[in-house]
Ligand binder design. Structure first.
Ligand code: BJW
Ligand code: ZN
Length: 279
């Protein structure tokens, strides 16, 4: 059956659901950011992977082959995210974690946000909406603002801008590799080893998989938001939820891979559709 675009029917299901999960991707953050294009997604026209080869940037092998180039890319991503702010889509999802503010979900309902995004904007939205509440938020592909030492494995939050002086200004010059000497790239404060971004690259195991598995197993409603549903394991969660009888609602600016199993489909920019449908 073709998916429905019926806000009232969707809300009646939302009100009855007790384990609600949102699986978010880059489209959720597309409307954030200072530039007119916001935070670029990966695979759309104008997306990051259209102009940069993913495999030469987002794998451990790529990093060890050319850490200067990979750090330059992540420096650009960090600076873009620092200038961005949560948009109404992030805020609408954050509000679902505060059911007492909402009449639209049951008071006993549990809402979890599983995001593939590394920009930290969903965590910032939760702080904005409810500063004291710890959100049920899983950042499965890591965080732009974490670093990991490649020698002693120390993981730290690091919001420095720029992260090191040698990268300053290179964000405007993404296509020209700056060949920064290894010793001038970000280094560990404990052992002086080379730091890497705290991101889950291809071939690495995403974070929180056990907790996410349980949430997916229990979910009676899934919101699939702004993701092309091409990267596993996240791409498989909607299938698993539909298979055990849960309802799946897709929020995307265009048709995407999970539409064939969606019960609801809300096409449009999710900074508009999420607040419109949820609040
Ligand atoms: C809007 C909008 C607006 C725009 N409003 N919508 C074959 C089968 C199965 C798996 C594999 C396979 N071959 C290889 C694998 C494994 C691999 C994988 O899935 N590869 C696929 C490409 C096939 N996966 C992995 O390697 C993962 N690890 C793994 O599998 O470990 C093994 C293991 C698993 C489980 C247990 C034990 C072991 C790791 C994946 C790490 C992904 N990392 C990246 C890069 C991070 C670096 C960085 O950020 O720089 O994460 S890839 C990149 O894609 C990034 C994203 O999080 C991820 C998903 O992309 P997303 O968010 O969907 O973005 P887009 O651009 O693709 O889509 C945007 C969508 O938004 C579009 O639909 C637009 O229409 C929409 N949109 N504007 C609403 N305003
Ligand atoms: Zn170290």
């Amino acid at each position: 059956m073709a998916p429905l675009n019926d806000t009232e029917l969707f809300r009646s299901i939302l009100r009855k659901s007790t384990n609600i999960v949102a699986i978010a991707g880059a489209g959720l953050s597309a409307a954030s950011g200072l530039s007119t294009s916001g935070i670029p997604t990966f695979r759309d026209a104008g997306g990051l992977w259209r102009s940069h080869d993913a495999m030469s940037l987002a794998t451990p092998r790529a990093f060890f082959k050319d850490p200067s180039r990979v750090w330059q890319f992540y420096h650009y991503r960090r600076e873009t995210a620092l200038k961005a702010a949560p948009n109404p889509g992030h805020l609408a999802l954050a509000l679902l974690s505060v059911p007492e503010h909402l009449k639209i979900i049951a008071p006993e309902a549990k809402f979890t946000l599983v995001t593939q995004n590394v920009d930290g904007l969903s965590a910032r939205a939760s702080k904005q909406v409810s500063p004291l509440r710890e959100p049920e938020l899983f950042e499965m592909h890591g965080r732009l603002f974490d670093t990991i030492c490649t020698v002693c494995n120390d993981r730290k939050a690091n919001f420095n801008s720029p992260i090191c002086s040698a990268l300053a200004g290179t964000e405007d010059n993404l296509k020209n590799d700056s060949n920064i000497p290894l010793e001038d790239l970000p280094r560990c404060s404990k052992c002086a080893g080379l730091l890497r971004p705290g991101i889950v690259w291809f071939e690495e195991v995403p974070h929180h998989l056990e907790e996410i598995k349980k949430i997916v197993d229990d979910a009676d409603l899934a919101l699939i938001v702004g993701t092309s549903s091409t990267v596993y394991p996240a791409a498989g969660y909607a299938h698993e939820i539909a298979e055990h009888g849960g309802t799946v609602a897709v929020f995307n600016i265009q048709r995407s891979d999970n539409d064939d199993l969606a019960h609801f489909l809300f096409i449009g920019p999710c900074a508009t559709t999420l607040p419109h449908v949820l609040l």
